[in-house]
Design a protein around this ligand. Sequence first.
Ligand SMILES: C[S@@+](CC[C@H](N)C(=O)[O-])C[C@H]1O[C@@H](n2cnc3c(N)ncnc32)[C@H](O)[C@@H]1O
Length: 251
Amino acid sequence: MTEPPLYDREEFYNAYLTLPRSQKGLDGAPEWPTLRSMVGSVTGQDILDLGCGLGWFARWAVESGATGIDASDISVKMIERAEELTPAEMKPKISFAIKDLNDIGLQEGVYNLAFSSLTLHYLSTESLRRLLGLIFASLKPGGRFVFSIEHPIYTAPSKPSPEKLHDGREVWPLDSYAKDGLRETNWLGGVKKHHRTMTTYLKELMGAGFVLSDFDEWMPSEEYTKKEPMWKFERDRPMFLLMKVVKPIVH
Ligand SMILES: C[S@@+](CC[C@H](N)C(=O)[O-])C[C@H]1O[C@@H](n2cnc3c(N)ncnc32)[C@H](O)[C@@H]1O
């Protein structure tokens, strides 16, 4: 019997629902203001959201004037909850669907914006390559793909948790950076993610035809860590990588 997707496992799902970003939505995601500036205006736009989770971005996009949004996720539980959280008046503009990014198909030339938050590191490089090709084809010329992933410095270590030095300082044990592949982490009881170097990400994006437009190695501001001390360690090494790439207009 095949295992259910990670976010459909009762224990993991319940733990995920306790996170600030699950409860407060985009306001509980500290990297959102930077990501939002990369997204820009969505008024009158057709949007794709890959790995949409509880649908917070889809609802924000509709509130912000998007024409329509196709949002999908592999997890039945996440999509069911996304539907529950979505007010009836928004439903005509959002299509939530259960889809695996490993074998998804996409319509060509229809979207102004493709978006994906903290999902692509669940895919192997082979799957990512296939998906990037589909995303590129699904965008209209000049369309953009904005996404966040866990930063390669964050995903690299063979034992990804802070280590205490003899002088009491906590450091990130960065090893295996050059070795792309699966990593087992203890986040919310155990999660497997794919580590890739920055070079791999950039070469895959360029290979699909994208042009880099914006880039941020997101870390919380000092001001933010005063408000939210649990984020203090994240100032020592970037946790998230945010990128905006564009499908060029060919004349
Ligand atoms: C960290 S959550 C992020 C959810 C949402 N994008 C957000 O930022 O709030 C990662 C999401 O990726 C989804 N996911 C993981 N692997 C996937 C796959 N192969 N196909 C589609 N979705 C996937 C999970 O089910 C989960 O909802």
